[in-house]
Design a protein around this ligand. Structure first.
Ligand code: GLU
Length: 467
């Protein structure tokens, strides 16, 4: 194990967002590549907005994506006494102070500053205050350095420098005694000995404040890598407005975890022109320095393309397992019907998602209750009857055959009757599936079985005769 220690630190206030999943993925990849440790920390200090369901949704999403963590989950809500201890340390060292300024008073000063075109900033009223008014509520502020600059080297964005005069004295403990976000993050990252913080670049403005806190507490400052945001097609930050943003929603729409992972790794990171990466290749090739500086646009078409690739090349047995819930949600039971793995094999080539595959698999388990009459009407009625009769006769003789054998049988039928393949194959496809969108005739018949095929063609014959 190397000394590299990374963490993913989601706030459990909703589902696992694809942007969060990508942050988790980059951390996980770096940990796996370098034999480091990947830690999961749940940032649930905002008691009002944090929920157990959301924590579970994060676990579910990460497990589905295969982003297993080595340590944790740790909950910030369990560390309140630790944060308190460090607040006290800063107070004792004179690096923090109690601020008794009333909220309305601060609000008034802030508004005035904005009206006068100044940057709103705490004016330091309580910085040097010596009295401690009894019973009056107070917050605790960090005594931030006044002059100079705070700088850090970002692995993605390069050197970032903030003038200290722009950073005011951060509140580290609220009037109700609870610690604030930036403070908890620093204490945790330091106690967990995090060496590299990879997170979304919406946190860049927090980082100088955190660096000042590390310095004040005498903790080593970790490396930072701020990953640019994910945008929708209109270049606004990706949100529900653009479509699904939750990892689990993609699972439910029939995406494979390897497709989503492959899609997410390329969102901001590149390795030449390569698009397809197995998990091992990703681990081998991932380099945080190759993450681009600009935001990436979420492209559902590309995700679908990758998903189709992984479905096409997937193991039918595993796909069959993954397909089951999509069939159950359509009230399909597969027992007693064709072997699901065989069904999957006939559909792998064309389905872009498991939802689509489930939709296309329905006819195997539910014999058609209606037919595409418009498509049937393109054929002469008499001839349809003759085709159906010839096919059932031949099939009844064939007993068992593989898809090639069945295809050969259809060729024979065509030759014997001077029919074209389209005149035979299409009506049979409609008889078996109800419509015209189905796999090759040989494949369907072998999968359905000859008996069921004959039964369905007879039913279609009756339908045509009665029309
Ligand atoms: N809890 C923060 C979030 O969900 C992440 C903080 C961090 O990674 O430092 O945005």
């Amino acid at each position: 194990m190397s000394e590299l220690r990374l963490r993913f630190a989601p706030s459990p206030t909703g589902y696992l967002h694809v942007g969060g999943a990508r942050t988790a993925l980059f951390n996980w990849l770096l940990a796996r590549k370098q034999g480091g440790t990947f830690i999961l920390r749940i940032e649930d200090t905002d008691v009002e907005r944090s929920t157990r369901e959301s924590v579970d949704a994060i676990f579910e999403g990460m497990k589905w994506l295969g982003l297993e963590w080595d340590e944790g989950p740790f909950y910030q809500s369990e560390s309140f006494p630790v944060y308190k201890e460090y607040v006290q340390k800063l107070l004792d060292a004179g690096k923090a102070y109690k601020c008794y300024c009333a909220a309305e008073e601060l609000e008034g000063k802030r508004n005035l500053a904005m009206q006068e075109g100044r940057k709103p900033k705490y004016d330091g009223t309580c910085r040097e205050r010596l009295d401690q008014p009894d019973g009056q509520p107070y917050v605790i502020r960090f005594r931030a350095p006044q002059g100079g600059v705070t700088t850090f080297d970002d692995l993605i964005k390069g050197t970032i420098t903030f003038p200290n005069e722009e950073l005011d004295d951060l509140i580290i403990q609220r009037t109700d005694g609870t610690p604030t976000y930036n403070f908890c993050v620093v204490i945790d990252d330091a106690s967990m000995r995090i060496t590299t913080v990879i997170r979304g670049d919406d946190h860049v403005n927090n980082t100088p404040r955190q660096v000042q806190l590390y310095n004040a507490l005498g903790f080593p400052v970790p490396q930072f890598a701020h990953v640019p945001m994910i945008l929708g097609a209109d270049k606004a930050r990706l949100s529900k407005r653009h479509g699904a943003t939750s990892v689990i929603a993609y699972r439910d729409m029939g995406f494979l975890p390897e497709a989503l992972i492959n899609y997410l790794v390329r969102l901001g990171w590149s390795n030449g022109d390569d698009e397809i990466f197995s998990r091992d290749e990703m681990i081998q090739k991932f380099d945080i320095h190759n993450v681009g500086r600009s935001a990436s646009v979420f492209n559902t078409e590309k995700l679908l393309w990758l998903n189709a690739h992984y479905i096409k090349n997937g193991d039918p047995e595993r796909l069959a397992d993954l397909l089951l819930p999509h069939l159950s949600s359509r009230d399909v039971t597969t027992s007693g019907g064709p072997d699901l793995m065989a069904v999957v094999r006939t559909l792998q080539e064309r389905a872009q998602t498991l939802e689509e595959m489930a939709e296309r698999a329905l006819f195997y388990y539910n014999a058609p209750t209606g037919y595409d009459d418009a498509a049937l009407a393109k054929f002469d009625k008499q001839q349809l009857q003759a085709v159906f009769a010839a096919v059932t006769d031949k099939l009844a003789e064939a007993l068992s055959s593989d898809a090639h054998g069945i295809d050969a049988l259809f060729k024979e039928i065509c030759a014997e009757n001077s029919w074209k393949m389209g005149q035979v194959g299409q009506p049979v496809r409609i008889a078996l599936s109800g419509g015209t969108q189905a796999p090759g005739i040989g494949e369907i018949i072998v999968t359905l079985g000859v008996e069921e095929t004959i039964r369905r063609i007879r039913k279609a014959r009756e339908h045509v005769a009665g029309n």
